[in-house]
Design a protein. Structure first.
Length: 317
């Protein structure tokens, strides 16, 4: 069993390094790291120095929160990982502040026991009457620029909103269905972290390269990384291989977790040692999100509870 971890990173290189060191102590695991081009890569190179089977993304992107850039960066890492001789059994997408809550052997065992399943749940939001979901595609969104990174004057904000509303005149009547070359794709929504087989990874990359109109439409929906991959999968036969499919929508990702444990009352909370018991009682493989200085004790507790057996040479059993 070989697994590629695709890690989208922009901050806290110590957390990334700690996660990589734990996972890559297993010889069947590789990690591909994309460092946001807006971030200084030097601290990551220093923190990640000497970790085996860790590869930097060959192509870096400026990744913006809520932008399609996250999809581009993910696709780049997936294409790179697919070029590895023999490929991988699974491709697991992580996002910077994620950390494994199970031992490497438990992770291997999980994917062996569930071989062939796809871990990318999605709920149908096309044609919904719930504005919470409908606004994702009815309101024109554009976040792939530096506008939101600095303090803006009120006139600039008003101009931005006016531009967004004007562009929304073309999207407000959307039913959440993308048409390209005679095919209709209903929009689906789900968690941004997932795991897919090599067969599905190849399908996703092929779809991305072959559907420019679909990509252009998805560039301007709200939080594309929570809809792009899910829409492709759940409009294909792969949905029947998903751990679940055709689920009803529910707000705040309550029932859309794939392999991650997180708290999401209104925004994703940073976990501390006070969360240890409920994290470990859950069957998730990873926790989101953790941060250096706030989660150190929690990570020590997780490591102590999930330490792999070690043989001579330091390789996990």
């Amino acid at each position: 069993m070989k697994i590629a971890f695709l890690n989208l990173c922009h901050t806290d290189p110590d957390i990334v390094a700690r996660c990589a060191k734990k996972l890559l102590s297993h010889t069947g695991f590789d990690m591909y790291v994309h460092v946001d081009m807006k971030s200084d890569i030097a601290p990551f190179e220093e923190a990640l120095s000497g970790i085996p089977r860790l590869y930097y993304a060959q192509e870096r992107h400026k990744v913006y929160w809520g932008g399609f850039s996250a999809v581009r960066a993910t696709m780049g890492m997936m294409k790179q990982a697919l070029q590895s001789p023999g490929g991988y059994d699974y491709y697991v997408l992580l996002q910077n502040m994620d950390y494994p809550t199970r031992s490497n052997e438990d992770i291997i065992r999980f994917f062996r026991d569930n071989a062939g399943k796809e871990f990318i749940r999605g709920c149908l939001i096309a044609r919904t009457r719930d504005w919470h979901y409908a606004k994702k595609y009815k309101i024109y969104n554009s976040r792939d620029d530096d506008f939101y990174l600095t303090k803006r004057s009120k006139p600039r904000m008003y101009m931005r909103y006016a531009h967004m509303l004007l562009r929304s005149a073309r999207t407000i009547f959307s039913r959440g269905v993308v048409n390209e070359n005679g095919e209709n794709f209903d929009l689906y929504y789900g968690a941004a972290q997932w795991a897919v087989t090599q067969e599905l990874a190849r399908y996703l990359v092929g779809f991305y390269d072959a559907h420019p109109k679909f990509n252009r439409t998805m560039e301007h929906i709200q939080f594309p990384d929570e809809e792009y991959f899910h829409t492709i999968v759940h409009n294909s036969e792969f949905k029947y291989r998903c751990v679940r499919h055709d689920e009803p929508p529910e707000r705040w990702l309550v029932n859309w977790r794939n392999l991650h444990f997180f708290d999401y009352p209104k925004e994703i909370a940073v976990m501390t040692e006070n969360d240890f018991t409920r994290i470990m009682a859950d069957d998730a493989l990873f926790v989101r999100k953790v941060r250096t200085g706030l989660s150190d004790k929690l990570l020590d507790m997780i490591d102590a509870a999930t330490r792999d057996a070690v043989i001579e040479g330091g390789t996990t059993l």
